[in-house]
Write a protein that binds this ligand. Structure first.
Ligand code: CA
Length: 435
């Protein structure tokens, strides 16, 4: 684990004025893929800083890097982040340090760096990595309990929940970055009044407020991953909306779990905040004293003292009518990953505990991250209590689930006294009608 270093110093200032506040401060330095909007050129690796993007290949060509930082920058070719992700923390950390030093006020490299900037407003972004596999956990006990109560009133939490981080294998082909639309799926549904199931457009589209962690340094088939080394195999984090069709899910999910209710689309934020950037926002991890003691491989002193991460997460809505009336998006809920019943390290260790190998670029979803209060619920199924309670919007409309034309926007950030603010940017998409 890298620990705090000079790149986290809250006193650092960037010579770029737009980097003094907002999500993309000099302490953040998230990676993504970009090209000039409308151009047919290949996507390139960039780093968000203020309202600009730093072109890593251009910096390398201009001689801005040496040593391990140059080696890391050379891995940023090929139109994806997979090479840099696989490189491991030494090279990744060297590149971050070189970027941090070049962006600081007083840097002798300011002119070289300035020549490698492109405005974010004129850039098109792409999915940052080739995502081979997508595993989605279910790590918030508050979400699992509230949703479990709706599906199984007498038996909300299954007996395995407190023993292992429950997960299922999702689908990577339908993951895309935000900014576009998501088509309402059709599927088999069977309501309480239906004698037999019928094919219909889903009437219960929901979002799920999650984080997605990208795998970095891979593991080999047969390897297990000790908990204190689990995060060595992670590159960084994004926001993840695991869109869900609750009516399709309710009919299809037993006994093997969700399938078509989840795999029609998942939306991720385009910028990947590195594990190193998250270092100041670590938090202790604990569980209630009367819960089962953790098995040895899922417990460690380091995981207890710093296994959690205080990443604040927010879900917002802007309906078509709100857009027409010029009304801004309204926040639906807010939570933090620090509430999670399982840490991301425990998720990785559990994932590898049977010898399953992890590949650079694999995406590990945390599951919907709800807090203990209803206002901290990470999906509409919880907020509307299974569709029973309508949520009032400033346009005079109400919502129980997502309607056509609704844009759902996730935002994420980290803040802590004595440290800089860093943000994950936005993950937004609009639901459009089924064909
Ligand atoms: Ca999910």
């Amino acid at each position: 684990m890298a620990g705090l270093n000079e790149t986290h110093d809250p006193q650092l200032r960037c010579w770029l004025a737009s980097a003094s506040a907002g999500d993309f401060t000099v302490q953040n330095l998230p990676f993504g893929l970009f090209r000039r909007a409308g151009a047919s050129e290949a996507f390139r690796v960039g780093v968000a800083i203020g309202d600009q993007i730093l072109d890593i290949a251009a910096l390398l060509a201009a001689g801005a890097f040496d040593g391990e930082a140059a080696a890391a920058a050379r891995l940023c070719s090929g139109g994806s982040l997979n090479g840099l992700m696989a490189a491991g923390s030494v090279k990744q950390s060297a590149l971050r340090l070189a970027l941090s030093r070049g962006l600081r006020e007083g840097s002798a490299q300011q002119a070289v760096f300035t020549a490698c900037l492109s405005p974010q407003a004129q850039a098109e972004l792409s999915l940052p990595a080739h995502i081979g596999d997508f595993s989605d956990f279910y790590a918030s006990i508050h979400h699992a309990t509230r949703v479990g109560r709706l599906f199984r009133p007498d038996n909300p939490l299954m007996p395995n929940y407190k023993w292992l981080p429950v997960a299922y294998h999702g689908r990577s082909s339908s993951i895309s970055i935000g900014g576009g639309s998501v088509m309402r799926p059709r599927g088999q549904v069977k309501g309480p009044e239906d004698a037999v199931p019928r094919m219909a457009a889903s009437q219960r589209i929901d979002y799920e407020l999650e984080l997605g962690f990208y795998v970095g340094a891979p593991t080999r088939s047969g390897d297990t991953v000790p908990l204190d080394q689990a995060e060595d195999h992670l590159f960084g984090v994004c926001l993840l909306n695991d869109w869900s069709a609750r009516d399709i899910q309710a009919w299809e999910y037993q006994p093997l779990g969700p399938f078509l209710a989840k795999n029609f689309a998942s939306t991720v934020s385009p910028w990947v905040v590195t594990m190193e950037a998250l270092e100041p926002y670590r938090a202790p991890f604990g569980r209630p004293a009367d819960d089962p003691a953790l098995m040895e491989h899922l417990d460690s002193a380091a995981n207890r003292s710093r296994g959690a991460i205080d990443i604040r997460m927010e879900a917002w809505i802007q309906t078509e009518k709100m857009r027409e009336q010029g009304l801004p998006a309204q926040r639906l809920s807010h939570s933090t990953f620090a509430y999670s019943y399982w840490t991301v390290g425990q998720m990785v260790t559990h994932h590898g505990s049977n010898g399953c190998n992890l590949i650079a670029g694999d995406l590990i979803g945390t599951g919907t991250q709800s807090g203990p209060a209803l206002s901290e619920a990470g999906c509409l199924l919880e907020l509307s209590e299974g569709g029973k309670t309508a949520i009032a919007l400033p346009s005079g409309e109400t919502r129980r689930f997502v309607e056509n034309g609704d844009t759902i926007i996730f935002r994420g950030y980290c803040e802590r006294d004595g440290y800089a603010r860093i943000g994950l940017g936005e993950c937004a998409a609009t639901i459009v009608a089924a064909p």
